[in-house]
Structures are given as structure tokens and as C-alpha cells.
Design a protein around this ligand. Structure first.
Ligand SMILES: [Zn+2]
Length: 112
């Protein structure tokens, strides 16, 4: 078991866990532990020009992309709605009109 950190507001040692957050019974402060050093927890995925992408974003394809295993091509300028960020070589999961579910690389899209 790890000991809980003291309340960052009043330094009380009686903080307790409530779901994902910690609660201080003395001053009522609520916080999420480890927020400051969440560095490797959330991987930041950026588009071709450095905008940070998020689930649900709409992006535009910036170069013609061949769809693996088919003769289809995702044309430059294609708008892709409601992307989902995933782990892996193709870090964007999405559905493209006329093509279907596919993976894109974030380096080939731009946030719309
Ligand atoms: Zn407190």
C-alpha cells in the first residue's frame, strides 16, 4: 500500500481516497494525485503542423493516401470526422466516407 500524500492546501495528513481523487476532511479540498507528473500517462498526438489532436476532432488529409490492400485512395483534402486516437504506427482510428474504417498517421493530417 502506498501512503496518501498530504492535502496540498492545508497539509492535513488525513486525506482519503474517493474514486480517482483524494479528499481532505479538514478543509474539504479535492484533488487528483499525481496530476503534476502525469507525463508519460497521456501520449500527445500532433498533426502535421503541430496542433494537438483529441478524440472527436475533425481533420483534413494533407496528401493522397493509398488504402492498404485496396485500390482506393484517400484524396488530399478529405475531411475526416470524429477521429479516435489510438496507440500504434497509425495513431488515428477513423471512418472515411466511401472507404470505411481505417487507420491514419497523424503526420498526414491537419486539424480542421
Ligand atoms: Zn486540506
Amino acid at each position: 500500500m502506498t501512503t496518501l500524500p498530504p492535502c496540498p492546501k492545508c497539509n492535513s495528513e488525513y486525506s482519503y481516497q474517493d474514486g480517482a481523487q483524494l479528499v481532505c476532511p479538514e478543509c474539504g479540498h479535492e484533488w487528483v494525485p499525481g496530476e503534476a507528473d502525469a507525463g508519460d500517462e497521456a501520449k500527445v498526438i500532433k498533426d502535421a503542423v503541430g496542433n494537438v489532436l483529441a478524440d472527436g476532432d475533425t481533420v483534413t488529409v494533407i496528401k493522397d493516401l493509398k488504402v492498404k490492400g485496396s485500390s482506393l485512395v484517400v484524396k488530399v483534402g478529405t475531411k475526416v470526422r470524429n477521429i479516435r486516437l489510438v496507440d500504434g504506427d497509425h495513431d488515428i482510428d477513423c471512418k472515411i466516407d466511401g472507404i470505411g474504417q481505417m487507420g491514419l498517421k497523424s503526420e498526414f493530417v491537419k486539424k480542421a
